[in-house]
Write a protein that binds this ligand. Structure first.
Ligand code: V0V
Length: 162
């Protein structure tokens, strides 16, 4: 590998990873958690949905008036006893479950990561919040952090300025 090739790798990855999208927290009761962040930190709900595929009832929260594109807080409650978040809470208790990076082209980035021997959880991206496309890097390949990669839907216009 030449020096030029070595230097190109992080530059290409940087072009694909555009920001921190959200921090994901596993909670036993979504409504209780939303109220806690509202009452104590003044945060507001921008979006709520149930994602059956991922087994979560979830809400995306923001600081009021945050600029469009700011990192958000994702609160996730399990929809049954067998889903990923239920298992996480059983084993570790409620708390930080994942860190999500916003990416411009999830197919290109996951292909690059696979080429570098990094384990992705899914062969192909699945549906995430607000019709985004998501995949995850296994925490064992990322220093003990479950990393989510999120390519937002092109029509996603969630903002915190309301
Ligand atoms: C497990 N481990 C973690 C972890 N979960 N480490 C850091 N952060 C986490 N969240 C570690 C755990 O300590 C073990 O290490 C090892 O990985 C195997 O754990 P396990 O308890 O046996 O769990 P698994 O293997 O059954 O499941 C772990 C994975 C699972 C990561 C494979 O959580 C998964 O499939 N996650 C992706 C889907 C997901 O998280 N969905 C919910 C969010 P030791 O003890 O062996 O050292 S949905 C979402 O984010 C949406 C919809 C969105 O944002 O759009």
């Amino acid at each position: 590998m030449t020096t030029e090739q070595t230097d190109a790798r992080p530059a290409l990855a940087a072009a694909l990873v555009t920001g921190i999208d959200h921090v994901g927290i596993a909670v036993p009761d979504l409504d209780v958690a939303i109220m806690w962040y509202h009452d104590n930190l003044g945060m507001i709900v921008l979006h709520e949905e149930v994602n059956e595929d991922q087994g979560v009832r979830e809400a995306m929260l923001s600081v009021r008036g945050a600029p469009v594109g700011s990192a958000q807080l994702q609160l996730m409650a399990p929809i049954d006893d067998t889903c990923t978040i239920a298992k996480f809470i059983d084993k570790r208790g409620p708390g930080l479950q994942q860190l999500a990076y916003r990416v411009s082209d999830i197919d290109a980035l996951t292909a690059r990561l696979r080429g570098q021997g990094v384990r992705l959880l899914y062969d192909a991206p699945r549906r995430g919040t607000a019709n985004s496309r998501i995949n995850f890097v296994h925490p064992k390949d990322a220093g003990g952090v479950l990393i989510e990669l999120v390519e937002p839907a092109s029509d996603n216009a969630h903002s915190a300025d309301h």
